[in-house]
Design a binder for this molecule. Structure first.
Ligand SMILES: Cc1cc2nc3c(=O)[nH]c(=O)nc-3n(C[C@H](O)[C@H](O)[C@H](O)COP(=O)(O)OP(=O)(O)OC[C@H]3O[C@@H](n4cnc5c(N)ncnc54)[C@H](O)[C@@H]3O)c2cc1C
Length: 262
């Protein structure tokens, strides 16, 4: 069984999100990191392997600029056996549909039994790549999976929904987007960090995986950002001083009741 984990390099959470007014894209300069949501996907792959399923290899896959290699090194330090980097100037400016198409073309070449990915990226936060990739690969797709057992070529998954949990059995190959409640990702050991750069890393351009140039990049994207506005300023909160606790509680109850919150 081959597991491919989709991982993305994103601006570090401590860096304030900035939009480049010229390109209307996120300014991705500055400190970057492996998307924290993707560490849950790698951990889930490791747990499938350690749980006894016949996993031959775990492959980390990313699409991104040269710097995205660092995210691949982190993914390998966390347990992936090797990594694949899709990088090409033609891919720059791709929207979510074009990104999903491009990633699907790499995955077609890898032919995995299971594709795991994070629930969302920490920068774009589209929550969409899993469904787009699955559609191109014609594989079943599940989102918000918080428990996963692999046996006999099938996965039994629990997925979190607004009303509780769904238990779903899915045949492999499949694309599974994991929720961050699925596990507690391990910390990489110093040895793994040191050894990560020595693990195999394949780099592909768009043409190497059969990406049609008119389906990627800004011109191949079906969406365009037309306008950007900063979020509205938050109204100042109401502070209730606690001079008499009974009176304070009463005031809070009236406040909540007026807003139909209780
Ligand atoms: C008009 C337009 C132009 C854009 N131009 C650029 C650009 O030039 N450069 C740029 O970086 N972004 C660009 N973006 C943003 C880019 O399209 C999104 O980052 C991408 O579509 C993925 O969406 P997301 O990050 O919100 O993924 P989500 O759907 O929130 O991510 C879910 C999961 O998908 C996986 N994933 C997401 N992206 C990748 C990836 N690249 N490689 C591997 N796995 C991934 C991860 O596992 C992640 O946890 C642009 C967006 C638009 C609308």
């Amino acid at each position: 069984m081959k597991i491919c984990c989709l991982v993305k390099e994103v601006p570090d959470a401590a860096v304030e999100k900035r939009i480049d007014p010229e390109t209307k894209r996120l300014d991705r300069s500055g400190e970057k990191n492996l998307n924290p949501f993707d560490t849950h996907a790698i951990e889930a792959a490791m747990q499938v392997k350690e749980g006894g399923a016949p996993v031959e290899e775990i492959v980390a896959v990313t699409m991104g600029p040269d710097s995205a290699v660092r995210a691949l090194h982190k993914a390998v330090a966390l347990g992936a056996d090797r990594s694949v980097h899709l990088t090409d100037a033609a891919l720059e400016g791709s929207d979510v549909a074009a990104t999903g198409y491009a990633l699907a073309k790499v995955l077609e070449k890898e032919s995995p039994d299971l594709v795991l990915l994070g629930q969302q990226s920490d920068d774009g936060e589209c929550y969409t790549i899993g469904a787009v990739v699955a559609d191109h690969l014609k594989m079943p797709s599940l989102t918000q999976v918080i428990k996963m057992d692999a046996a006999d070529g099938k996965l039994t998954c629990e997925r979190q929904a607004e009303y509780g949990y769904d238990t779903v059995e899915v045949e492999l190959p499949a694309v599974i987007s994991v929720g961050d409640a699925i596990n507690e990702p391990r910390y990489p050991s110093l040895k793994a960090i040191m050894g990560a750069k020595k693990k195999p890393l394949d780099s592909h351009g768009a043409g190497d995986v059969g990406i049609e140039p008119d389906r990627v990049g800004q011109s191949g994207s079906r969406t365009a950002v037309l306008e950007l506005r900063p979020p509205p300023q938050k109204e100042a909160g109401e502070i209730i001083e606690d001079e008499d606790t009974n009176e304070t509680v009463e005031k809070i109850v009236v406040w909540l009741d007026e807003r139909k919150l209780i």
